[in-house]
Design a protein around this ligand. Structure first.
Ligand code: TXA
Ligand code: MG
Length: 359
């Protein structure tokens, strides 16, 4: 049975923390997405996380902590000065740092997939911080979704994927203010690399550290970097995807309108995911609004809810036309997730290209 604890209730949070500490699987809200927590020192608990999510074991987990001193036992000391600067500036917050694991670190081997590095973050969500502090152990927590599905930004999303497979959820309502997973910055090598873009951008990291940041780009099935030894193993899997294929469209209202019409002309049932303001102007079969024009933060916050809504809709769509956004600020993270969601393992030709091919 999966219990629901009230995030606003101190006693509930305390009970959830006890459950976590004793090896149970507990999902909880963070400022990015909901995480599925397990005691990071407990190998059996961590293995159950992989099982509940259906996640490949070579994709390591992020360890969540509530206090700076928790780092001392876990990672190699002293921390490089640029890491200290990043921690001062961005913790607690949506930045995961990949650091060198301490030689006798107590972290369960399943957390890191046997690598000699570990990703660590201190979330800023008050319920997450209270839970972690009460659990008194570092907590390994991937996003609390079934592997491959969009990450959960509400308690209901968590239950729809994991009910019956985990011990409980701390309900924080729809409080994931950012809506996309943390930035993952590798600080363990010669150069700083942004393995996964998020709300903290490479430019912000460069401004604080005065060091250049290498950026890894997702390029669908034509990965530039060597995916046999991926830096963030999560990068090689398709992610964040609803059931229907995604057709990612650059441009504004007119381009989206045209694309929807082209698919409809081919007899397809067409879904549209775009800014709220665009809905009334485009005749899609199913319209799910996502954020407002001129506010990329609102698009990020609602993206996973919107992608999930297509799977829950009574009318099944053949294709989802999705609004692409400008790659600045959080737009870099949005486009990273959308490209991954759109890469279905086969090439999704645009309707025009398909027409040409058919002729
Ligand atoms: O916002 C977030 O980061 C959320 C919340 C719950 O904190 N967590 C999350 O975890 O998104 P997950 O497991 O879905 O993503 C972890 C990412 C994966 O891409 C994984 O490959 C990478 O971090 N990662 C973890 N440990 C790593 C390591 N030692 N070296 C390189 N990449 C690592
Ligand atoms: Mg995830």
């Amino acid at each position: 049975m999966t219990r629901i604890w009230e995030g606003e209730n101190e006693l509930d949070v305390y009970e959830a923390a006890q459950a976590l500490q004793s090896g149970k699987l507990v999902a909880f809200p963070t400022e990015t997405v909901y995480g599925l927590g397990a005691n990071a020192l407990d190998q059996q608990a961590v293995l159950r996380v992989f099982k509940a999510k259906g996640r490949p074991q070579d994709n390591p987990l992020i360890v969540h902590i509530a206090a700076y001193k928790d780092l001392d036992d876990l990672v190699e000391q002293p921390l490089p000065s640029f890491v200290q600067l990043l921690i001062e500036k961005f913790w607690p917050g949506p930045l995961s740092l990949v650091l060198k694991l301490k030689e006798d670190s107590p972290i369960a081997p399943a957390v890191t997939g046997g690598q000699n590095t570990v990703a660590i973050r201190m979330p800023s969500h008050p319920i997450a911080l209270a839970l972690l502090a009460a659990a008194k152990v570092p907590v390994a927590a991937p996003s609390a979704n079934t592997s491959g599905k969009p990450s959960p930004t509400s308690c209901l999303h968590v239950l729809s994927d994991l009910q019956g497979k985990i011990d409980g959820v701390v309900d924080g309502g729809e409080t994931c203010g950012i809506g996309l997973e943390s930035s993952v910055l590798d600080c363990s090598g010669e150069r700083l690399s942004m393995l996964r873009p998020g709300a903290i951008t490479a430019e912000q990291v460069e401004a604080v550290t005065k060091l250049p940041v290498v950026i890894f780009k997702w390029e669908g099935n034509n990965q530039k970097e060597d995916m046999n030894t991926p830096r963030a193993p999560g990068m090689k899997y398709r992610h964040y995807a609803p059931k229907a294929p995604i057709d990612l469209v650059n441009g504004g209202l007119e381009q989206l309108k045209l694309r929807v019409m082209e698919w409809k002309r081919q007899g397809k049932v067409v879904g549209l995911l775009a800014f709220k303001e665009f809905g009334q102007h485009i005749q899609a079969d199913v319209f799910i609004s996502c954020g407002q024009q001129n506010c990329l933060e609102s698009y990020a916050r609602q993206l996973y809810r919107a992608l999930r809504a297509f799977d829950d809709n009574p009318l099944t769509v053949d294709v989802i036309v999705v609004q692409a956004v400008e790659e600045t600020g959080i737009g870099v993270a949005i486009m990273n997730r959308l490209r991954k969601a759109a890469s279905t393992g086969f090439y999704m030709a645009s309707p025009n290209e398909r027409l040409v091919n058919n002729n």
